[in-house]
Design a protein around this ligand. Structure first.
Ligand code: PMV
Length: 342
């Protein structure tokens, strides 16, 4: 490369803006059948949450500028809430993007992405689901390539399997062994359905879900049973959702997250994302149900507790949470899949 080239200002395409919301699993994905390709070993059923958003600006550094040492052109680069993500973490993801794009992107062009979450990152609020969904859609849009949502979902999965679901709005499934998620019901399927997120601790989790999954699979004697059991739980969850039966769906949702945590508690060493406040909310949900309020909780790889209920009972749930000192509550409905801002 000539010195003129290395000092010239790289030519950038203007960035595109992709917006996605996190995917909350009602029936959990936990464990991979193929680590390399990031393929889920169990089926999951989820709702995409309106009210929480990831906004990602994706641009490309055009060929010829890619080796400008003063710029972000040497590798694909991602910043989340201002923090640079080590390139190794996203290498496979960008390889999948390139493989899907084929010749639409010159070999030496590099993506750069700047992502912001409207909610705490890496704290068990599924920021990786909305993050990789927005990033995947943004990469396709940045090269002006029309892509089917299924293709975006499949690429997003390489970054994080739950991101495959976030690409779609409403209620979404990701089957075991599947490369992409599938929409099941739209956002208007259950107008009364609500999710209440109790943000109990905003710090980042100490164990990434990827390594926690590997550890549980490799060391928990319950892992095989979890996988075998997951299909029946999934089918029952889909039926309850089709019937808009909050009680049955709530019970299935509870089975699913507690069985998932059963594999974590029994791993060696154990994986423990819960905090005392998480247990307090779980107990409060049981107390509310005993008093006739339909509310069921679920948790992911972090201390936050998410609850499902119906619109008419939102106030009772929020009051009860305030009563036990939960300061930050986010109320969500089923939301849209990934969109590109125009
Ligand atoms: O997609 P990942 O690697 O962020 O894992 C998600 C795992 C859970 O949130 C615990 C469950 C799920 O289905 O979203």
């Amino acid at each position: 490369m000539s010195s003129t080239q290395s000092h010239s200002k790289p030519h950038r395409e203007p960035g595109v803006v992709a917006i996605a919301s996190p995917s909350l699993a009602l029936v959990k994905y936990w464990g991979k059948s193929d680590d390399e390709a990031n393929i889920p070993a169990v089926p999951s059923l989820a709702v995409t949450l309106a009210g929480l958003t990831t906004r990602t600006v994706v641009g490309i550094v055009a060929p010829g500028a890619a080796h400008d040492g003063a710029d972000r052109g040497a590798t694909d680069s991602v910043r989340v809430d201002g923090e640079v993500i080590p390139p190794d973490r996203n290498r496979k993801f960008f390889a999948a993007v390139r493989s899907a794009l084929g010749s639409s992107i010159p070999e030496d062009a590099r993506f750069h992405a700047e992502s912001r979450n409207s909610f705490p990152t890496a704290a068990g609020l599924a920021s990786s689901s909305s993050g990789f969904a927005a990033l995947a859609a943004g990469c396709f849009a940045a090269v002006r390539r029309e892509a089917e949502l299924g293709t975006i979902s499949s690429v997003a999965r390489v970054g994080s399997a739950s991101a495959a679901r976030s690409v779609f709005g409403g209620f979404v499934t990701l089957r075991s062994g599947a490369e992409k998620a599938e929409p099941l019901f739209g956002t208007d399927h259950w107008p009364d359905f609500r999710v209440v997120v109790a943000v109990l601790h905003e710090g980042k989790k100490d164990v990434a879900s990827r390594s926690a999954m590997r550890l549980t699979r490799d060391t928990s004697p319950f892992y095989r049973a979890w996988v075998d059991d997951s299909h029946g739980v999934f089918e029952a969850g889909v039926r309850a959702l089709a019937d808009r039966d909050i009680e049955r769906l709530g019970e299935i949702m509870r089975l699913s997250y507690l069985r998932m945590f059963g594999t974590m508690f029994s791993a060696d060493p154990p994986v423990f994302f819960w905090r005392p406040e998480s247990v307090a909310v779980i107990r409060e949900c049981a107390r509310l149900r005993a008093g006739g309020v339909p509310v069921w909780e679920t948790m992911d790889a972090g201390p936050q507790v998410k609850m499902i209920t119906t619109n008419g009972h939102l106030a009772a749930v929020k009051n009860a949470l305030a009563g036990i000192g939960v300061a930050r509550v986010i109320e969500c409905r089923p939301g849209a899949g990934v969109t590109i801002e125009t």
